[in-house]
Design a protein around this ligand. Structure first.
Ligand code: NAD
Length: 418
């Protein structure tokens, strides 16, 4: 039975733990280590917004730029009531390691605004989005820092950000990625993170000599990433036995009708009348009898208090930092493999890069072109991490971090920073 015990580490401690392990193994000098441990710049802004009823509410927004050693800062922008500085610092550092691991010419950044987007009307979300571009403008730019969607944000927010930037500085679609296609977005970006999760799951399944057909999968979080991952995996032959959202989990031991769940979620239909499923709690979803567990919502959901109850043999981290160091150690001891976030959910930033290329060159790629490039880049990062894990006799997370940290350290050295 799962417990609801508190996580044994914060998101920031989790990311720092992975970095520390790599820094120690690579024997980094104290100055380089300190430099990469701390973000290069942090911006905190208070954003006053006139609400529909005439009141003015003030929202706190953050942008943390962790490293631009390998290229412009790149990272999403989250709209969530739990957004805080430490959480954004963790996410910004994760982006540095993710872009390095996937060999994209970007650094790492992340941002967020402390707000519950579900409590806002569309005009209020637009006002918040335009309002935060004012204070953030000075640190952004198509060759400086490029934002993208994250939890609670999507193409509409990116469209408003792009339009507000254009109003302030002139038309530049490359200022954000994840835009609607008609505004310079790319085919395949909305699906990219979830599809990438499915591709990488298939890669490790083949590596382990398992079969995708009938593989039992549970997905926590049925938003952008979780729903596309579940849909792609069911198309690849997997049996999705459980999914959840913030309210509840929905399970069926014989497999859920994922296509219908996706259709209802996208049409805003509440309830699952007529569908063959049972309701369960989010804790039960995490400990469901399955082969593959995919956390695709918040961080820190797998911790020392529930890792012993996880029944899956493989955890694929679609969310950022869903596994604490305590849970990681338990999984290793129990022989449960973990595909780390920097690898598993990199499809989003890879296709963001492809969108940025199209914007900067003023060209439009086909869906086939985007998907082929995504598949090739995910495969290449997966093979590099597997090779390193095999060579060093370490976990995939340790291998991914060692590769990423090495590449950033090399860039810092070659640029000749003091
Ligand atoms: P989203 O807002 O589209 O969806 C989030 C989902 O999580 C929703 O179904 C929501 O109901 C559910 N959820 C929220 N709180 C929950 C809780 N306490 N328990 C269970 N479910 C809960 O967000 P998203 O874009 O799908 O992002 C999900 C995760 O993937 C985040 O960790 C994000 O950082 C990561 N990620 C997203 C992208 C991207 O391209 N959107 C890229 C890389 C990583």
């Amino acid at each position: 039975m799962a417990t609801t015990a508190q996580p044994d580490a914060t998101e920031l401690e989790t990311v720092e733990h992975a970095f520390d392990e790599a820094a120690t193994t690579l024997d980094l000098s104290p100055d380089v280590r300190e430099r990469l441990d701390l973000p290069e710049r942090e911006l905190i802004a208070q954003v006053p917004v006139r609400m529909d009823d005439g009141r003015v509410e003030v929202f706190t927004a953050y942008r943390v730029q962790h490293s631009n050693a390998r290229g412009p800062y790149k990272g999403g922008f989250r709209y969530h009531p739990k957004v805080d500085l430490d959480g954004v610092r963790a996410l910004a550092a994760t982006m540095t390691w993710k872009t390095a691991l996937t060999e994209l010419p970007f650094g790492g950044a992340k941002g967020g605004v402390n707000v519950d987007p579900k409590g806002l009307s569309s005009s209020e979300r637009q006002a918040v989005t335009r309002g935060l571009m004012g204070p953030l403008e000075c640190v952004l730019g198509p060759m400086k820092d490029i934002m993208a969607p994250d939890m609670g944000s999507g193409p509409p927010e990116m469209a408003w950000m792009m339009d507000e930037w254009s109003r302030l500085r002139g038309y530049a679609p490359a200022i954000v990625t994840g835009k609607p296609v008609v505004l310079g977005g790319t085919e395949g970006r909305v699906e990219a993170t979830g599809y990438g999760v499915a591709l990488i799951t298939r890669s490790i399944v083949h590596e382990l000599g398992w079969d995708m057909e009938g593989l039992r999968v549970a997905v926590q979080g049925f938003g952008n990433v979780g729903s596309h991952a579940a849909h792609s995996l069911s198309r690849m032959g997997c049996k999705v036995v459980g999914v959840s959202d913030v309210n509840s989990a929905y399970v069926n031991d014989s497999g859920l009708d994922v296509g219908e769940l996706v259709r209802r979620a996208r049409s805003g239909i509440i309830g699952h009348e007529g569908m063959d499923l049972e309701e369960a709690s989010n804790d039960e979803l995490l400990t469901l009898d399955c082969d593959v567990l995919i956390p695709a919502a918040l961080g820190m959901v797998l911790h020392a208090g529930n890792a012993d109850d996880v029944k899956a043999s493989l955890v694929v981290e679609a969310a950022n930092s869903p596994t604490t160091p305590g849970a990681d150690a338990i999984f290793e001891e129990r022989g449960i493999r973990v595909l780390p976030d920097v690898l598993a959910n990199a499809g989003g930033v890879i296709v963001s890069y492809l969108e940025w290329i199209q914007n900067t060159q003023n060209v439009q790629w086909s869906r086939r072109q985007v998907d082929d490039e995504l598949e090739e880049r995910m495969r290449s990062a997966f093979e590099a991490a597997c090779f390193r894990a095999h060579h060093d006799g370490c976990t995939l997370r340790q291998a991914a971090y060692r590769l990423a940290v090495e590449r950033v350290v090399e860039a810092v050295g070659l640029r000749g920073h003091p």
